[in-house]
Design a protein around this ligand. Structure first.
Ligand SMILES: C[S@@+](CC[C@H](N)C(=O)[O-])C[C@H]1O[C@@H](n2cnc3c(N)ncnc32)[C@H](O)[C@@H]1O
Length: 234
């Protein structure tokens, strides 16, 4: 397998976090995602299959080919998606998306990328590669992070310092913790048309103490997801 610098690592805890994260943020990611009349979807950066599973549930007629670089992630995806794979609805492929080349190129009428471009050193090349695999007129959905938008009140220098190190480390390994801000430009440059972008912020305060606590814990786990990698990097 190609060498992969990956901020979050591949521990079981992290793989479980991806499953939880996909369900937790499902209402935000899937609002407006319409794949009702699509037949074949290419999912790039599928990880442990957390989104794949949601996609198969929400769009029962869709056949999905999912790609990830990491064999460790795909091994978990094979378990997560056992029945969907057996039923012929999902196929998994190990490939580096920056060199993506699918045997069924030209047959996909849709694509789905989620929290993935932030991890590739060449997002523009990757989006061009993805486009080459798609049918003319295909639809692509991309959800990406904008880490600058995370803020904790009251002011906490310790959290801000940690968050800076987190983002700066990702930047140093040629990832992009602010990918969301770039997405429209990249899609345009990669040749996509009819591009629509949307910012989906959330803000909780003491008016919704329970929601606020749940989201605080969710983001706490995201911060901790890079703990081992950051310590190892000094
Ligand atoms: C944060 S995970 C997101 C997984 C999934 N989309 C989800 O929402 O749960 C990012 C995934 O991108 C994969 N990845 C990173 N670089 C890649 C590359 N060059 N080609 C394919 N996959 C890659 C990682 O192995 C990881 O599984």
């Amino acid at each position: 397998m190609a060498k992969q610098d990956y901020l979050h690592g591949f521990t079981k805890k992290e793989q479980d976090r991806l499953i939880h994260q996909a369900r937790f943020l499902e209402p935000y990611v899937y609002a407006g995602v319409d794949l009702e009349h699509k037949a074949r979807l290419l999912e790039v950066g599928c990880g442990v299959g957390a989104q794949t599973r949601i996609l198969t549930r929400r769009f029962p007629d869709l056949r999905i080919d999912s790609v990830d670089l990491s064999e460790q992630q795909l091994a978990v995806a094979r378990k997560t998606l056992k029945s969907e794979i057996k039923g012929g609805r999902v196929r998994l492929f190990q490939q580096d998306a920056t060199k993506l080349k699918m045997a069924d190129a030209g047959q996909y009428d849709s694509a789905f990328l989620c929290w993935f471009l932030e991890h590739v050193p060449k997002p523009l090349e990757t989006l061009k590669r993805v486009r080459k695999q798609l049918k003319k007129g295909a639809k692509i959905y991309c959800s990406e992070v904008f880490n600058q938008s995370l803020f904790i009140e009251p002011y906490s220098p310790a959290y801000l310092k940690y968050w800076f190190e987190f983002n700066d480390y990702q930047w140093s390994i040629k990832g992009h913790p602010f990918m969301g801000a770039q997405l429209g430009n990249l899609l345009k440059e990669a040749g996509y048309v009819d591009i629509q972008t949307e910012v989906r912020p959330f803000h909780f305060d003491s008016r919704q103490p329970e929601r606020r606590a749940v989201f605080a814990e969710f983001f706490f786990q995201i911060l901790l997801s890079a703990e081992k990698t950051l310590l190892a990097a000094g």
